[in-house]
Design a binder for this molecule. Structure first.
Ligand SMILES: Cc1ncc(COP(=O)(O)O)c(C=O)c1O
Length: 449
């Protein structure tokens, strides 16, 4: 490894960062994170902070899980790679598919298609949804419905169902035949409705109207996050996902639950859909599936979907996949991560520590007038919307947001900015004292504003 001077001199000189401006990164170079232990990260200057981001909503087990690290290291020596394209497989892939299916059995998931990450998993679900209808003799079902403010990754399909124009505009034209419904975002919505249950009903009606307008026989699937993550931690009314499930059933539309963030315990249950008492037809997963230790995702299929593929003629062959689908090292990471996730009962910790974080931020809102809205209360996903004028709900300017971010970091917690929202998704292994550190640091951050 080169010395720190080399690293600082070459920071962002050759590396283009996702979701950042390359020129800006060269001028204001990214913070270099050199190490991590437990839920703490350490930067190149030796500053230590609680990672309230969990890497990127993914390091559910924290940074020090030796069971997963050892499983990865061992597999590198046993078999570092072999293809899982039709005709060959490998032992860890077989074991991991069994473990993932077991993990999501109560969600009705029966089959696993491994990918390299969340965007791949979303893409896989969208493509297989179209193929499913074609196999059933309804090839006209090609359109997709999704929610505004949803985030579904950055592939062309995912960007098309994405509900935030920041991730769309520069890459248009995207997929035709994708239509967006309002988000269950009570703080701001076109109906000016602040009651979450009433808002859920209004969106359900908007969905019925859109289906009637498009024609149900043209729609393949509806995709949603059980709790919208990157869009600002938008928690719907408990009735919302069930209403969507019911509409999809009545119109023959597949329901894809995008569980890339919400899967594996983050919401306080093993999946976000289960948290709302819903069984989807497909699930896209990634992140917590390996706690971020290895890039893996998985698209999961219910029995209803699997049956159509498995009992079809040659048209049911899946001409879709990735070189690293069912990668043996990734698969070893999956099996070890799921075992650790269950052994440590991360969903229960997420529920308790999530409540502490949410209640703590609500308390901060009593003294900091710049806090416009606090969202969360369902596991360790918390969003704080910052405004310059509470009554007018004016979004805070980005210079102030950066000041809050910097001051919070200096006071001991790394948080994430999503425009004028502060987003938090710490490792699910976090302790009560570490959540308190985040809250104290946030207090300092808000004071700096
Ligand atoms: C709900 C959701 N879907 C898909 C993705 C894309 O995953 P990835 O960045 O691994 O491609 C993300 C990433 O944050 C996400 O939050």
């Amino acid at each position: 490894m080169r010395d720190d001077n080399f690293l600082k001199e070459n920071n962002a000189r050759h590396l283009w960062h996702p979701m950042g401006h390359p020129g800006e990164a060269q001028e204001h170079t990214p913070r270099i994170i050199k190490g991590a232990q437990g839920v703490h990260i350490t930067d190149i200057d030796g500053h230590n902070a609680v990672d309230a981001v969990g890497g990127l909503w993914c390091v559910n087990l924290g940074y020090s899980n030796d069971v997963v690290k050892d499983a990865i290291a061992k597999q590198l020596y046993d078999l570092p790679y072999y293809s899982a394209f039709a005709g060959t497989t490998n032992p860890t892939a077989i074991e991991a598919s069994w473990a993932v299916r077991e993990f999501f059995a109560d969600d009705g998931m029966e089959r696993v298609f491994f990918t390299s990450g969340g965007s791949d998993s979303v893409e896989t679900c969208l493509r297989l949804a179209r193929q499913y209808h074609r196999l059933r003799g309804e090839p006209t079902r090609t359109k997709f419905l999704s929610l505004k403010k949803g985030y579904h990754g950055t592939h062309f399909g995912g960007a098309s169902v994405n509900g935030n124009n920041r991730f769309r505009t520069a890459y248009e034209p995207l997929l035709p035949g994708v239509f967006h419904l309002p988000s269950p975002y009570t703080y701001r919505n076109p109906f000016h409705e602040t009651d979450p249950a009433k808002l859920a009903q209004m969106i359900a009606q908007a969905m019925e109207d859109e289906i009637a307008f498009q024609g149900a026989s043209t729609i393949a699937a509806f995709i949603m996050e059980p709790i919208q993550g990157a869009g600002g931690v938008i928690v719907p009314d408990p009735s919302f996902m069930g209403l969507m499930r019911d509409i999809c059933d009545r119109h023959g539309i597949l329901l894809i639950s995008d569980e890339v963030i919400t899967g594996f315990g983050r919401t306080g249950d093993w999946s976000g859909a289960r948290h709302w008492g819903v069984q989807p037809d497909m699930m896209s997963t990634a992140k917590g599936i390996t706690s971020g230790y290895f890039p893996v995702g998985a698209a999961l299929m219910s029995g209803k979907v699997a049956e159509v593929f498995e009992h079809s003629d040659a048209e049911g062959a899946i001409f879709h996949g990735y070189t690293y689908s069912a990668h043996p090292v990734g698969a070893a990471a999956v099996t070890a991560t799921l075992a650790e996730t269950q052994r440590l009962d991360l969903k229960t910790i997420a529920a308790a520590r999530g409540a502490q974080l949410y209640d703590g931020v609500l308390k901060l809102a009593e003294t900091h007038g710049i806090i416009g809205d606090v969202r969360g209360g369902h596991g360790l996903m918390t969003g704080v919307e910052i405004v310059s004028d509470r009554a007018a709900k004016t979004p805070m300017d980005m210079a102030t947001m950066k000041r809050i971010h910097q001051a919070t970091y200096e006071a001991g917690a790394m948080v994430r900015l999503g425009m004028h929202n502060i987003l938090m998704s710490p490792p699910l292994t976090i302790t009560e004292a570490e959540v308190s550190t985040i809250l104290t640091a946030l207090d300092a951050g808000f004071r700096a504003a």
